[in-house]
Design a protein around this ligand. Structure first.
Ligand code: AMP
Length: 235
């Protein structure tokens, strides 16, 4: 008999992993590693919005009104966009969604209608002061197909300003300036933190404390996340 986790990797069973955590806790970086491990589709709502903004679509223009101020894009817009991606696969990692209780309830209902449910919620925990330091020095790949994330202090690229993965230019996110970061943290504590209690009550929460100053943060956090997901798949 193949192990349940092997079936998950081969897409034989459905998997819905949610990455929770404030901006700058590494949801994208760790989420990417988890996706590679289980062969999941990575749905990163922030990345999708940034691509829409770059392409100057109607959705992008609307999203930018909120993103540039460190606010959340309205629930109706975000839920519809996210569901259009969820329609494509039963093996996904959600990075940046849900961010409000309303979004979490909409996701629960959407999955229940498909006869599915969330597998695990990985909550990345980093103190606010560390987040401001890490996010102020974050740089991302300008190639939206790649989306790799680096840091000028903690995770330097091999060649300055150039993406290790695809060779494109590395850029700063416009909303990664200290003022907008503080605003985004405020938004997180007010609107997204209640999700911790929501998913705790659902029995799905897996909390991971992160030390951003450790050289093996990425590897340690990925290993801990995979261990927690594996344990749930084997239950
Ligand atoms: P991120 O890259 O996840 O930090 O997202 C960047 C910005 O996109 C956020 O600060 C929000 O303005 C917006 N955004 C991303 N995901 C959501 C969501 N689930 N709900 C509302 N706004 C979102």
């Amino acid at each position: 008999m193949p192990l349940v986790k092997e079936l998950a990797k081969e897409g034989e069973i459905s998997m819905y992993i949610i990455m929770l955590g404030a901006p700058g806790t590494g949801k994208g970086t760790i989420g990417n590693e988890i996706c590679k491990h289980y062969n999941l589709m990575h749905i990163a709502t922030g990345d999708i919005f940034r691509a829409e903004i770059k392409n100057q679509t109607e959705l992008g223009k609307k999203a930018n009104e909120y993103i540039s101020k460190g606010q959340l894009v309205p629930d109706d817009v975000t839920i519809a966009m996210c569901e259009s991606y969820l329609d494509k696969s039963d093996n996904v990692l959600l990075d940046g969604f849900p961010r409000t209780i309303h979004q979490a309830e909409a996701l629960k209902e959407y999955l229940a209608n498909k006869g599915k449910s969330v597998t695990a919620v990985i909550d990345l925990n980093v103190p606010d002061e560390d987040i401001v330091v890490r996010t102020s020095s974050r740089i991302i790949c300008s190639n939206k197909e790649c989306g790799a994330v680096f840091n000028t202090v903690f995770m330097k690229p091999k060649v300055e300003g150039i993406c290790d993965v695809c060779g494109s230019k590395l850029i700063k996110r416009p909303d990664d300036n200290p003022d907008t970061i503080r605003k985004r943290l405020e938004t997180y504590h007010k609107q997204t933190e209640p999700l911790i209690e929501f998913y705790e009550k659902e029995g799905l929460l897996e909390k991971i404390d992160i030390n951003i100053y450790s050289e093996t943060t990425k590897e340690d956090t990925t290993r801990k996340s995979v261990e927690k997901i594996d344990a749930r798949l084997s239950d």
